[in-house]
Each structure stands twice: as structure tokens, then as C-alpha cells.
Design a protein around this ligand. Structure first.
Ligand SMILES: Nc1ncnc2c1ncn2[C@@H]1O[C@H](COP(=O)(O)OP(=O)(O)OP(=O)(O)O)[C@@H](O)[C@H]1O
Ligand SMILES: [Mg+2]
Length: 258
């Protein structure tokens, strides 16, 4: 099992990177779980499978809250696991997809959450690759919800905030002793040689391995605007080719780690 979490500031290209990685990696193995961990979910649209999404994990948790008392002596963990398989995991042709949905509402969800964590950990072990499109910012790191990731890919643009978030994720990982095998950086929408140079210097200073520098590509933005999936991206474009190299590198890395 190799867990890759894609993180970074809002709007930097996390969903684009996640969706392309899911597409490329699932060409090599069908044992892929795609996880949309952003409450403002849009990974299914980027993958073009939004019609196949069923219940979110948040909705399953709500169901659990209301029916918990009626379950009596029934094993609650098994109930949750069964519900997730039967009603939340969407079986797309080449991968499975799990949408986390919104955070919990009012009331105490501690019991449901701790059960869910255990169920998710077990469920993840059934897959060779788990690719997580995370929520923007630092929340997932400070709450340690992705502490079991092997690789973090931080996506940044050329904004000061994008770089600050990348830096903070690296610092948090070490403060919280999150044992990721490696934290990578992808610079996205880089429009000039100067910007690329600045990014390379930043990556070097922060000890982040720069996986790719992706240019601004208006056709990528237009595809998104039309609500089309990333599979429509031109196969000869730099964004497509560079992301394919990134996916191959991740495949090689995890093969070596096995
Ligand atoms: N290299 C690129 N060239 C042009 N447009 C891009 C590029 N990368 C991403 N975009 C566009 O930028 C917008 C944000 O990208 P995306 O949704 O992948 O970011 P995100 O980090 O997932 O955002 P959020 O934090 O809102 O989830 C989208 O409209 C996307 O099509
Ligand atoms: Mg996104």
C-alpha cells in the first residue's frame, strides 16, 4: 500500500494534479483508491465520474449517528464497514473512489470518528495505491488525518502564500513527527523563467524535492471551465507529459519501497 496525499494552498492545482495522477497510476494497476478529502469536493468532476458518486463518508457517519442506538449489540464497526462498501465506495472502471464530504455537524461524533478511522485504515490496506486530494491549507496536517501518508506532494503557484503554505506543511510535518517518506513540491502555472528560477531556489532552501514545474496552459483552464474531465487534456501538452513523468516516478519509488 502506497499513500500519496496532494496538498497545498487553495486554488494551486491540487485537484488537477490528483486527477492526472489517478488516471496515470490506474493505467498500471487497477488497485487504486481515489479519495476526495476536500469538503468542497470536485475531484469526481475532474475525473469525469461525478454521476457515479453515491454517499459521502460524512453521510454514512450521519446515518450511523441516528441508527447507533437501534443497533443494540450489533458490531458497530462491521456495520460501518458494510455501509461504506455498499453505499459510499464508487466502483469506477479503473479505480475506486471515496468522497469524504462535509465535516460533522453538531453533536458528539468522537465515537463515530474513532470507529471510522479504524475502518478506513483497514479498508486502505486492500489497495496498492491510495491517492488523496486534500483540503486546502494545513487542517489535515494539524489534525493528523493524513498521518499515514507515505508521500506528500505539495502543489504551489508563484504566490507568496502558496510558498508559505508549502513551507509550513514541511515544518508541521517535522513538528508533529509525521513520518512521511518524502515531501515533494510541484510548481504549477509557472509563466516565466524568472519564476521558475525563484521556485528552484525556494525548493533548494527548504529541502523540498521539486518534482515538476508546470506551465500556465489556457486549455487546461478552459477544460475545467467547461466542466470536462482532465482526460481531455492534450496528450502532447507540457502539463500532461510532465505529470506522466511524475506518475512514473511515484510508481518506481513505491515499487522500490516494497
Ligand atoms: N497549469 C495550469 N494552467 C492553467 N490553468 C490551471 C493550471 N492548473 C490548474 N489550473 C486551473 O486553476 C484552477 C484551480 O485548479 P484546481 O482546482 O486543480 O486547484 P485546487 O488546488 O484543487 O483548488 P481548491 O483549493 O479550490 O480545491 C482550475 O480552474 C484549473 O483548471
Ligand atoms: Mg481542489
Amino acid at each position: 500500500m502506497t499513500v500519496i496525499a496532494v496538498a497545498g494552498k487553495g486554488g494551486t492545482g491540487k485537484t488537477l494534479v490528483s486527477a492526472l495522477l489517478i488516471n496515470f497510476i490506474s493505467e498500471h494497476t487497477t488497485s487504486v483508491l481515489a479519495v476526495d478529502a476536500d469538503p468542497d469536493s470536485n475531484l469526481p468532476e475532474a475525473l469525469g465520474v461525478e454521476k457515479q458518486v453515491r454517499k459521502t463518508l460524512g453521510e454514512i457517519r450521519e446515518l450511523f449517528q441516528v441508527s447507533r442506538d437501534e443497533m443494540g449489540s450489533m458490531n458497530k464497526e462491521q456495520w460501518l464497514e458494510g455501509k461504506i462498501y455498499a453505499e459510499a465506495i464508487c466502483e469506477c472502471p479503473r479505480y475506486d473512489l471515496l468522497v469524504m464530504g462535509r465535516p460533522e455537524g453538531e453533536g458528539c461524533y468522537c465515537f463515530a470518528n474513532s470507529l471510522l478511522r479504524g475502518v478506513l485504515k483497514r479498508l486502505m490496506r486492500h489497495y496498492e495505491y491510495i491517492i488523496i486530494d486534500t483540503e486546502a491549507g494545513l487542517e489535515h496536517f494539524s489534525r493528523k488525518t493524513i498521518d499515514s501518508a507515505d508521500y506528500i506532494i505539495i502543489v504551489t503557484d508563484m504566490s507568496r502564500k502558496g510558498l508559505a503554505t508549502a513551507k509550513r506543511i514541511k515544518e508541521l510535518a517535522s513538528e508533529l513527527k509525521l513520518n512521511f517518506k518524502k515531501i515533494f513540491l510541484i510548481a504549477n502555472r509557472i509563466a516565466s523563467e524568472d519564476a521558475e528560477k525563484t521556485i528552484r531556489e525556494f525548493a533548494k532552501e527548504e529541502g523540498l524535492e521539486l518534482l515538476a514545474v508546470l506551465p500556465y496552459d489556457s486549455s487546461v483552464a478552459e477544460i475545467d471551465l467547461r466542466g470536462e474531465p482532465v482526460s481531455k487534456i492534450d496528450k502532447n501538452s507540457e502539463v500532461y507529459r510532465k505529470m506522466k513523468d511524475v506518475a512514473n516516478l511515484m510508481l518506481n519509488l513505491s515499487a522500490k519501497a516494497r
